[in-house]
Design a protein around this ligand. Structure first.
Ligand code: 13P
Length: 253
């Protein structure tokens, strides 16, 4: 049985003080998440404050939203894996569609970031997903296979346990539109197909695939019921403590 994982992507939200406030509200609401793995990914500037606010609580792990591929050097504005490790960050999101869309992230840069993160011992949430245009052109499958294979190029089988994949259809992010459970399930199946080709059936099957895109307390249950979906990557709803806690405890809804 795979351990399910609910991760909040806070994106570019909250000051340091607001981060602490939100975590203080969230902790008692999440309480004991049971077998569920819970992660929050906060902006770089809030990592240290979040770490302090989470100290002594094993229920929520800490993540960042990006990492650079080089260990150090002349890369203005970037953050290395070692810097994140030094702040006790456990997870890092890589290849989010907003990075691909607005900041020139490519399949190659996603792969380079993956390699650096994995080598440093970080856990990775790597995002893949098609745009509306690609879906309407019937290219969803092709895009998912390409993005997944490219992201994992040169990643050793032994590192797979460090990696979670998030299927995030771009058209569902922040739009209130959710992929149907069936669409999400099919996409996760395609992602696993790319992994199967590279690593074989058992390792591909063992990997966790999250769904992301307007996931909330009203749709979490039906999405999580899908056999190919092992978790969620939550944007907007992760900034609402009560809503996020409901998503974590979706089995009780
Ligand atoms: P929303 O949940 O706001 O649609 O965002 C999803 C997302 O991009 C998580 O990474």
């Amino acid at each position: 049985m795979k351990r399910e994982i609910i991760a909040g992507n806070w994106k570019m939200n909250c000051t340091k003080a607001e981060t602490v406030e939100l975590i203080e509200k969230l902790l008692p609401l999440v309480g004991d998440p049971g077998k569920m793995e819970v992660v929050i990914c906060v902006p770089f500037t809030n990592i240290d404050a979040a770490r302090k606010a989470l100290r002594g609580h094993k229920s929520i792990a800490l993540g960042a939203q990006n990492v650079h591929w080089a260990p150090k050097g002349a890369f203005t504005g970037e953050i290395s894996a070692e810097m994140l490790k030094a702040l006790k960050v456990k997870y890092v999101i890589i290849g989010h569609s907003e990075r691909r869309q607005y900041f020139g992230e490519t399949d190659q840069s996603v792969n380079a970031r993956m390699k650096a993160a994995v080598a440093a011992g970080l856990k990775v949430i790597v995002c893949v997903g098609e745009t509306l245009e690609e879906r309407e052109a019937g290219k969803t499958r092709e895009v998912l296979l390409r993005q997944t294979s490219a992201a994992f190029e040169g990643i050793d089988k032994s590192a797979l346990k460090q990696i979670v994949i998030a299927y995030e259809p771009v058209w569902a992010i922040g739009t209130g539109k959710t992929a149907t459970p069936k669409e999400a399930n099919t996409a996760a199946f395609v992602i696993r197909k790319a992994l199967r080709k590279q690593y074989g059936r058992t390792p591909a099957h063992a990997m966790r695939v999250q769904y992301g895109g307007s996931m909330n307390a009203s749709n979490v249950k039906e999405l999580m019921a899908m056999p190919q979906i092992d978790g969620g990557l939550i944007g907007g709803a992760s900034l609402k403590p009560a809503e996020f806690a409901k998503i974590v405890h979706y089995t009780e809804l």
